[in-house]
Each structure stands twice: as C-alpha cells, then as structure tokens.
Design a protein around this ligand. Structure first.
Ligand SMILES: Cc1cc2nc3c(=O)[nH]c(=O)nc-3n(C[C@H](O)[C@H](O)[C@H](O)COP(=O)(O)OP(=O)(O)OC[C@H]3O[C@@H](n4cnc5c(N)ncnc54)[C@H](O)[C@@H]3O)c2cc1C
Length: 382
C-alpha cells in the first residue's frame, strides 16, 4: 500500500508577523454582516476582495511578472486562515485566487496569463467553475455541453448547474466536450474560458436551503469563444481538471466553514457555567481542529515544494468536511440557546445558519464517497 505524507510544518517569525498584519487589517475593516459569517468563503463581497487586493493578498504565491506576490504557500495559508476564522466574506475572488489562476499558471498560454492574472490580483476579475451539469456531478466525464469548432473559435451549446456566483463573476472556466465520446471516457474534453457577459448566456439563480441565491443554472445558446481562450491542449481537458480539483480541495476552507460557531459556543458555555459538562465534547472538536490544521499546513508546504498532493488534499477535505458538518449538531445539543434564523447575530443565528448550510459541505468540490474512491485508488487499494 502506498503512503500518505503529512510532514509536520512549523511556521516562523515571518508568518507570525503576517498573521498580526491580517488581524490588524480585520480589526480596522469593521464588522461583517451577520448573515455572512458561516461559510464565509461562499459569500461575495467585491469591495472586501478589492481591499484585500490592495494589501497584496490575492495571487500571493504567483510570480511578480504577472502581478503576484511571489510569496510562499505558508504565507498564503496564514492569510486565508485568518480571514476564514474571522468570517470574512471572501467568495468573490476565492475561485480565481485558489484555482483558476494556478490553473492558468500551469496550463494556460502566455497571453492568457498576462491578460488574466494581473486583473485577478487587482480584484478586478472573478472566476466561476463550470464543471457540473444536471446529470453529471460525480460522474463528470459524462458531461454533455458541447463546443464545436468554427472559424476562429468554438460555439458552445448546453448547460451547467450549481455554478457558484456566476451572476457576479466575469469569467468561467467551462469544461466542454470538444470531441464525441469514445471508449476512453476521459478523452475529448477541453477547458474554455468563457466571458459571462457574452451574448447567448442565460444565468438563472437556484435558492439554497438557507434562502440564499449563491449558485445558478447556466444555459449556453451558440456562445462563441475565440481560439485563444482554450486552456492548454484541445481534448486534453481531463488531466487539467484533475489538477484543478487538487487546488480546490487542499485548503483550510474545508474545515473552517463553521469555525465561528465553535468560538461563540465556547464563549457562551463559559458564560452560562455549562463548560464543565461540555468540556469532553469541546475538547474533541478542538483536538480534531488542531490536527486538521497541521494536515492542511502540510499540504500547503507540499504545494510550496512543487508537488501535487492529490491524496493528502482529498483526506483533508474528507476529514475536514466531516468535522464542520458534525459541529453544528453537537453544539446544538450542548448549548442552552436554540437555533433561530431571524436572530440578529449571536449563537442562535450561527447555529441556525450552520445547520442549514452544513449539508452542502460534503457535496461541493467532490462528494465524500468520490473522495474516498480517489484516496483508495491513490493508496493502491482499488
Ligand atoms: C454549495 C455548492 C456549490 C457548488 N458549486 C459548484 C460550482 O461552482 N461549479 C460546479 O461545477 N459545481 C458546483 N457544485 C456541484 C458539486 O460539484 C456537485 O454537487 C458534486 O460534484 C456532486 O454531484 P451531484 O450533485 O450531481 O450529485 P451525484 O453525483 O448525483 O451524487 C449523489 C450521491 O451519490 C453518491 N455517488 C455518486 N456516484 C457515486 C459512486 N460512483 N460511488 C459511490 N457513491 C456515489 C454521491 O457521493 C452523492 O452522495 C456545487 C455544489 C454545492 C453543494
């Protein structure tokens, strides 16, 4: 059996200074809207994204020639950990910073890098993920959206679904079938950068259980995409998507979506003198959080070393989403406060929001069952 590598990482003075700088920025930025705190990386606030861009906290690890900060993955980890722990609504730039930019750095043309990366770094260009379709989620290779070759580019027809923030984003990296299906299910797909303001695109919102309209259905009706917007090689999109998903699965957002609830619960348990009986439960969650944090830091360090730790990232996402999904129900049972969606903040609101949002945590970015399949294959067990 192959092994998983989670080499411990110790952050140093540089990271500590940066952490203090992020905390100071957050102290001065002001309070975030109460409805944005839980799962804050799924909430868009373009103004905040631009403020973070001004601090140099978008595209932090990218080369300076594309406007990036040439900083380390550990430094990026520190910044995003602090933002998420504070419940900052970082969703507007999240996908571009986490995966579209790195994808373009790895597979994009020089022209695409020079055009898109500086805009992302300045907080002027947000990206959506166009992978899932009505009957193709886990089985992504079965997508039906087609791009047909025409003079100077491609014509897209079909639809995508669950596309987070497509109504706010400017561009979407869209997985399309560019050759008919064959015996090799993973052949014949390409990634195209689609300008979402383009003629022929209809974006229709889908309301979530929590009452938010954050994701959408998208319909393509003869949408033209020029040749220079194909990422990497035509028909070789599958291996690029696999790499992109590794970027998507590796970060602390996979266990910090309900973090604010844990902090608020500890505070309330202390204030209501219920901590003593709740301690064993709180202790287990805090211990799990610390382990997840170390594992995620180790993934960040492996990215720094140029590795693509697909299995380790999948393990962090699987364990992390279990943690952030179990937390709301465990806190509901030990707290004196009942969940209340109309509450204007506080534990009642955090509980309610996290209960309503938690079911999606283990679906987005690849379901639990799919991740366990990937891990088993990576370990040579299937
Ligand atoms: C909040 C949220 C945001 C999202 N944002 C985006 C986005 O921006 N862009 C995008 O492209 N997609 C997005 N998605 C879609 C997400 O990637 C899919 O929901 C996910 O891949 C699962 O696909 P599905 O919904 O079709 O479920 P299915 O694939 O139909 O799965 C249903 C159930 O069957 C199980 N299952 C399926 N196949 C197997 C198998 N082979 N073995 C065992 N069990 C299996 C699954 O684990 C799951 O429990 C988002 C989803 C959510 C919830």
């Amino acid at each position: 059996m192959k092994k998983l590598y989670f080499t411990p990482v110790i952050t140093g003075e540089k990271e500590a200074a940066l952490r203090a700088e992020v905390r100071s920025f957050l102290d001065h930025y002001g309070a975030f809207n109460v409805s944005n705190i839980i799962d804050s990386w799924s909430i868009c606030d373009p103004e905040l994204s631009r403020a973070l861009a001004e601090k140099g906290w978008l595209g932090m690890t990218w080369p300076t020639e594309y406007g990036g900060g040439s900083r380390s993955y550990l430094e990026r980890y520190v910044v995003i950990e602090e933002l998420l722990a504070a419940g900052a609504p970082v969703g507007a730039h999240w996908v571009a910073d986490r995966q579209s930019g790195p994808l373009l750095l790895r597979f994009g043309s020089e022209e695409q890098r020079q055009y898109f990366l500086p805009k992302i770094v300045r907080g002027e260009c947000f990206f959506a993920i166009g992978m899932s379709e009505p009957n193709s989620g886990s089985d992504l290779a079965s997508i039906k959206t087609r791009a047909e070759k025409v003079d100077g580019g491609w014509l897209i027809n079909g639809s995508k679904i669950w596309t987070s923030w497509a109504h706010v984003c400017h561009q979407m990296i869209t997985l399309c079938r560019t050759a008919p299906p064959s015996d090799n299910r993973h052949a014949g797909m390409s990634q195209l950068i689609v300008d979402l303001s383009q003629k022929g695109i209809t974006v229709r919102p889908i309301i979530t259980l929590a009452g938010e309209a954050h994701f959408n259905e998208i319909f393509f009706d003869d949408v033209f995409v020029p040749d220079n917007r194909v990422v990497g090689q035509v028909n070789e999109g599958w291996s690029q998507v696999v790499a992109e998903l590794a970027f998507e699965r590796s970060g602390p957002e996979r266990f910090l979506s309900s973090y604010q609830l844990l902090e608020a619960a500890i505070k309330e348990l202390r204030e209501t003198n219920l901590m003593q009986q709740a301690e064993p439960i709180i202790g287990k969650f805090v211990a799990r959080l610390m382990v997840l944090r170390q594992m995620s830091l180790s993934v960040a360090n492996q990215l720094q070393e140029g590795k693509l730790p697909i299995n380790e990232a999948s393990v962090v996402k699987d364990l992390g989403t279990s943690f952030e999904q179990e937390l709301p129900e465990a806190m509901r049972l030990i707290l004196a406060t009942e969940p209340r969606s109309s509450a204007n903040g506080g534990v009642a609101r955090l509980l309610s929001d996290s209960i309503l949002k938690a079911p999606s945590f283990s679906l987005r970015g690849g379901t639990r069952e799919i991740l366990r399949g990937i891990i088993a294959r990576g370990l040579g067990l299937r």
